[in-house]
Design a protein around this ligand. Structure first.
Ligand SMILES: C[C@H](O)[C@H](O)[C@H]1CNC2=NC(N)=NC(=O)C2=N1
Length: 92
């Protein structure tokens, strides 16, 4: 199981566009079309399943909010920062 990251490690590793909120890292991805948002959500689910590390994702008009934390560890680990990087990669 991945170890919890320190506050300093989180600050160093948090990818562009993401913010820390207590024991989670969060990013809201924006889209012009609802179906673009749903396509991103579906692709993100595939990446999550591939990594077996699952974010909380909420889709609304033109946005997908993604929240990452490692439940098994009770906080933020490299699994979260790595997943955040991967999700940035399918967005840009
Ligand atoms: C047994 C445990 O649920 C699995 O190892 C995986 C599944 N997906 C997961 N996803 C997230 N976000 N955190 C976890 O700790 C986690 N654990």
């Amino acid at each position: 199981m991945a170890d919890l990251l320190s506050d300093e490690e989180i600050a160093e590793r948090i990818p562009d566009g993401w913010e820390r909120e207590d024991d989670e890292i969060v990013r809201t991805f924006e889209f012009d079309e609802y179906l673009d948002a749903s396509g991103f959500l579906s692709a993100a689910a595939g990446v999550a399943e591939d990594a077996f590390h699952h974010p909380e994702m909420t889709i609304t008009w033109g946005e997908v909010e993604v929240r990452l934390t490692t439940h098994d560890a009770g906080g933020i680990t490299e699994n979260d920062t790595d997943m955040a990087e991967r999700l940035n990669g399918i967005y840009e």
